[in-house]
Design a protein around this ligand. Structure first.
Ligand code: ZN
Length: 481
């Protein structure tokens, strides 16, 4: 019985854990490596196990760094099932098809270069195609939150609220072998308990072996009220001078969080009654999926929906699905808010809005999410005076540029420690993954101080015997705390 860390070890992307038990083999998550630190080839590597022998993938949530390699797994011979919550299954349809489109686009671009530069080596192929993604989606089986599901003799699972994005779950896994039962708990990505819309994280009952994320293991977030107040101030300042507010936002989660705040401001008369444009087909589809899953909402959100005050349909909300509707926004001269994707300005319709608004001093470009190094969003945030949006065009940046950091969908250090204290008390070992090294080590130190149990920050490919996990720990050098 072994647990092996195949990704998200001392880094934040590529989540993948492999479990080999007498009854079955399964993965928890099957995620993409993302970001400029990862060469594209990293997602093409060998999985390191016999894919055809794999029975299940337990999926914590739909983010691509957790689900993005599922279509590739299917093309490599996976014939098992992907087990996840109903909302995650719906979001995956949106996100995996979108990811496949991007893979095909990238490959078409690479193919042009390959033809131009002497056709050296084999022609570039997409990592997977839209057809592959559709094929993979057929293997999804959903299990509602809080219901124990026996997948096989000696293997049961249960999904609990992780409070991170719609459908996100922590997963409890019970494995019985050789007359002994082991309970494993995988945190998945944990959300912040103060965020609206979806329910707060619900820590599972304690496990023998706990694998926790540690993205913000060394940091605290600003209180939610502070972020809301700053957002209101930024809107008021811009609207008072007759400007427009442009918000690049991730289609899933962040767009809906921003709409929630805006709907509140408008309903309570805290800002003028201006139109709010949502200009991203993916964000519109994602919002529809939110509407279909009230089982994921918290009390407050359900109350809003019941009383006809949905943050996803209010009088000032203008949905722009078609290209024509998107282009028409340019003719709108009065104060308004425009929400578009992608969140880091690397693609999508947001680039057309930037082209139109960057030069306008009255307008505000408001970032509500992390801007990775090397992205257009990061260059603007870092104060670039001129930027290239489309090849061969340079644009002056004259608008106001603002950043709100408090919209994070991740738990901060205090929230992570609270969760681990509930789940890890009495555990044999706790593993900290899904965090940059510094964050993971800082969280590990905090857990050890509070709980006094062994905490380990695994390296990629480290593996442990589930019956005697501590025996494996002493053999590893350095990081046992
Ligand atoms: Zn996530």
């Amino acid at each position: 019985m072994r647990l092996q860390f195949l990704g998200a070890a001392r880094q934040v992307t590529g989540s993948m854990y492999h479990l080999d038990t007498p009854a079955s083999q399964f993965l928890v998550d099957c995620g993409f490596y993302q970001g400029q630190d990862h060469p594209r080839g990293q997602n093409r590597r060998d999985f390191g196990f016999d894919v055809a022998e794999l029975d299940w993938v337990l999926l914590t949530h739909a983010h691509i760094d957790h689900s993005g390699l599922l279509p590739r797994l299917a093309t490599m011979g996976f014939r098992g099932e992907v087990i996840t919550t109903p909302a995650t299954a719906d979001l995956c349809e949106l996100m995996l098809l979108d990811s496949a489109h991007l893979q095909e686009e990238d490959a078409a671009f690479d193919l042009k270069k390959w033809r131009k530069h002497g056709r050296r080596g084999p022609p570039p192929l997409p990592l997977y195609t839209v057809a592959d993604a559709r094929n993979c989606l057929r293997s999804f089986r959903s299990v509602p939150y809080n219901r124990t599901k026996e997948l096989a003799r000696g293997l049961s699972v249960r999904f609990r609220d992780a409070g991170h994005i719609l459908g996100a779950a922590s997963i409890e896994v019970w494995i019985t072998a050789a007359g002994r039962e082991r309970k494993l708990v995988f945190s998945g990505d944990l959300g912040s308990s103060a965020r609206p819309i979806i329910r707060d994280p619900q820590p599972p009952e304690p496990g023998d072996i706990v694998v926790t994320e540690s993205t913000y293991g060394d940091r605290l977030h600003a209180p939610v009220e502070q972020t809301t107040a700053q957002f209101e101030q930024i809107l008021k300042r811009t609207l008072t001078r007759g400007g427009q507010v442009i918000i690049p936002a991730f289609a899933v989660g962040r767009t809906q969080a921003v709409l929630y705040e805006l709907a509140n401001f408008l309903r309570e008369g805290r800002i003028p009654q201006i139109p709010v444009f949502v200009d991203s087909p993916m964000a519109i589809d994602a919002t529809d999926i939110f509407r279909r899953h009230p089982e994921c909402f918290d009390e407050e959100m359900n109350e809003l929906m019941r009383s006809g005050k949905s943050p996803f349909s209010f009088p000032q909300l203008k949905i722009c699905r078609s290209r024509e509707a998107s282009i028409e926004i340019n003719d709108f001269a009065d104060p308004c808010v425009i929400i578009s994707a992608s969140g880091m300005c690397t693609g999508g319709r947001i680039r057309h809005h930037l082209r139109h608004h960057l030069r306008r001093r009255k307008d505000t470009l408001l970032f509500v999410g992390y801007q990775a190094a090397g992205t257009l969003g990061r260059r603007i945030l870092d104060g670039a005076r001129h930027v290239t949006i489309f090849p061969g065009e340079t644009h002056k940046v004259r608008c106001q540029v603002e950043m709100l950091t408090g919209f994070s969908a991740h738990a901060d250090r205090t929230e992570l420690l609270t969760w681990v204290e509930a789940v890890g008390d009495g555990a044999e070992v706790i593993f900290c993954t899904h965090g940059e090294e510094q964050a993971a080590l800082a969280l590990a130190e905090g857990i050890r101080e509070r709980l006094g149990v062994p905490v380990y920050v695994p390296e990629i490919l480290d593996s442990f015997d589930l019956l005697e996990p501590r025996a494996g720990l002493s053999a590893q050098d350095g990081s046992v705390l």
